[in-house]
Design a protein around this ligand. Structure first.
Ligand code: MV4
Length: 500
């Protein structure tokens, strides 16, 4: 097969830049990394064929600087640009700028990015395509009186959401009529500040929903397929921690329905490339369209492991104008995959970022274990960017086997020098609610608040485990690992040695 491009510039950093470089290398495509002053020694720079310095560490002067990235692509004579996720992914102006410079943007058409960036417009598309949405408004709320009327109709509690929102910004829960006016004002002002548009709408509140999303692939010839779902309910402050595929609650029939709904939305939006359609799923397993993400997502590997399809290679082929090489009937799902996000954060200190030197590192390996990492031993995690260091993804024949394998792999994963999310991930792998597949977007809040007596009454097991974890932590902290010397970290890498 001929490579779809000669040279691709990756407008990103960290593990996702590495992931794209790997796909390109396997396809015989040359790669260009871009980097900031803080990333001179980053893995993506070391692995790419060429690397171009963008500028100072702050993202606004490097990874978000559209002109600098376009100039780097021109200077290196790249054919195409992959945005990764975050930074300029989902920035329609960047997609426009690539096209204007004669570069192929490896992502959806700018019009599809814009259409889905407006959550109210996306909601209207879903309604048109007969996809269920949460009962609420189809147009921005005119005033408080309209808000009160709609809230009364759909029934309290309600959510107020920003039209251009996402990720929870400009979102307010309103439990009773007396809270409505204040919440409206707060949501409008937050939305205005964050998005320059204070339009808001109302939806009925779904309590303790699951977050389940469908992966779609669409080519430029009308071909649209879905690759099934990912369950992403375990998140903290809108940052996912653990994702899995399939979802413990999705049946084959439900997968067909959600998948078909996602494909209809993608087709209606004129979508091309890889995209994700998000749904809320309530206690009765009814699903409601939430929004569409117009990028490759962090958690894409779990889909890759259960479908056997390389999503980045599909993105590259689609962007080069190729037709999808398979149909919906060709898509099959085998076994179970789980991803854990290894973040440079201190889970014992409210997940504050923990940048710094990685003095010792021993990643797990062995059968069906994948470590998509952006770091290495001796590397210093800079403080300027998000804290995701690596993603640990495992596959098992069924959910139980996948969980056991993840617990095993997390046990092998040793990081010395900085704090990581590994202990909390290990904790969750043994949690009775996780083991039983009892998941909701409130899972982490429950876990973190289990030390409060009133919460402990309701969630006793959680409280006991949290107390044990806290005790383990105190014990761990009594003997900090010296920050120098080979023998110190070698001890820490031993079984039972602390991952820090
Ligand atoms: C909701 C909801 C409950 N009811 N909408 C949060 C991010 C934004 N994109 C949509 N979000 C939610 N919308 C209704 N009508 C609960 C959430 C929500 C959530 C959704 C997905 C993943 C994690 C979440 C965490 C808290 C709240």
């Amino acid at each position: 097969m001929n490579p779809p491009f000669g040279k691709v510039l990756i407008a990103n950093r960290g593990e996702i830049a590495v992931r794209v470089i790997r796909a390109c290398r396997e396809m015989g495509i040359a790669t260009v990394a871009v980097f900031s002053d803080a990333d001179r020694e980053s893995l993506h720079v070391l692995l790419a064929d060429e690397a171009v310095l963008l500028g100072p560490a702050p993202a606004a002067e490097s990874y978000l600087a559209i002109d600098k990235i376009i100039a780097a692509a021109r200077a290196t004579r790249a054919d195409a640009v992959h945005p990764g996720y975050g930074f300029l992914a989902e920035n329609a102006a960047f997609a426009d700028a690539c096209a204007a410079a004669g570069l192929t943007y490896i992502g959806p058409p700018p019009a599809a990015i814009r259409a889905m960036g407006d959550k109210m417009a996306a909601r209207r598309t879903a309604i048109q395509m007969k996809v269920p949405v949460v009962p609420g408004t189809e147009r921005p709320l005119a005033d408080d009186a309209e808000a009160a009327r709609v809230a009364g109709e759909v029934g309290y509690p309600v959510m107020i959401k920003a039209a251009l929102g996402g990720g929870g910004k400009g979102m307010r829960l309103v439990r009773q009529p007396s809270e409505l006016a204040g919440a409206l004002r707060a949501a409008r002002s937050e939305a205005g500040g964050a998005f320059g548009d204070s339009s808001v709408y109302i939806e009925r509140y779904i309590d303790e929903p699951r977050h389940i999303e469908i992966q779609v692939l669409a080519d430029g010839h009308g071909g649209v397929v879905h690759l099934g779902e990912r369950e992403c309910s375990i998140q903290r402050r809108h940052q996912k921690l653990i994702e899995e595929s399939p979802s413990p609650v999705v049946t084959p029939e439900m997968r067909r329905q959600m998948g078909d709904a996602a494909c209809r939305i993608a087709a209606a939006a004129g979508y091309v490339n890889a995209g994700t359609v998000e749904f809320l799923v309530d206690r009765d397993r009814r699903f409601y369209f939430l929004e569409m993400n117009t990028r490759l997502q962090v958690e894409h590997p779990v889909t890759e492991l259960v479908t056997g399809r390389d999503l980045v290679k599909e993105q590259l082929r689609i962007a080069a104008g190729e037709k999808l090489g398979f149909t919906q009937d060709d898509v099959t799902w085998t076994g179970w995959a789980i991803e854990c996000r290894i973040n440079a954060e201190d889970p014992y200190a409210n997940f504050i970022p923990s940048p710094g030197l990685i003095e010792g590192l021993r990643p797990p390996s062995g059968p069906w274990v994948r470590d998509d990492s952006g770091v290495y031993e001796g590397y210093t995690v800079p403080r300027f960017y998000d804290t995701l260091m690596a993603k640990l993804i495992v596959w098992g024949a069924d959910r139980e086997a996948a969980i056991a394998r993840m617990a095993r792999a997390l046990g092998e994963y040793k990081v010395v020098g900085i704090q990581t999310t590994i202990p909390v991930l290990q904790h969750i792998m043994g949690h009775p609610d996780f083991l039983a597949g009892r998941l909701s977007t409130q899972f982490m809040e429950r876990l973190m608040h289990a030390d409060r007596p009133e919460a402990a009454g309701r969630h006793r097991t959680v409280a006991i485990i949290a107390a044990a974890l806290a005790a383990y932590d105190r014990a761990g902290r009594q003997a900090p690992i010296p920050s120098s010397g080979l023998s110190a970290w070698r001890r820490a890498l031993r079984p039972g040695g602390r991952s820090r």
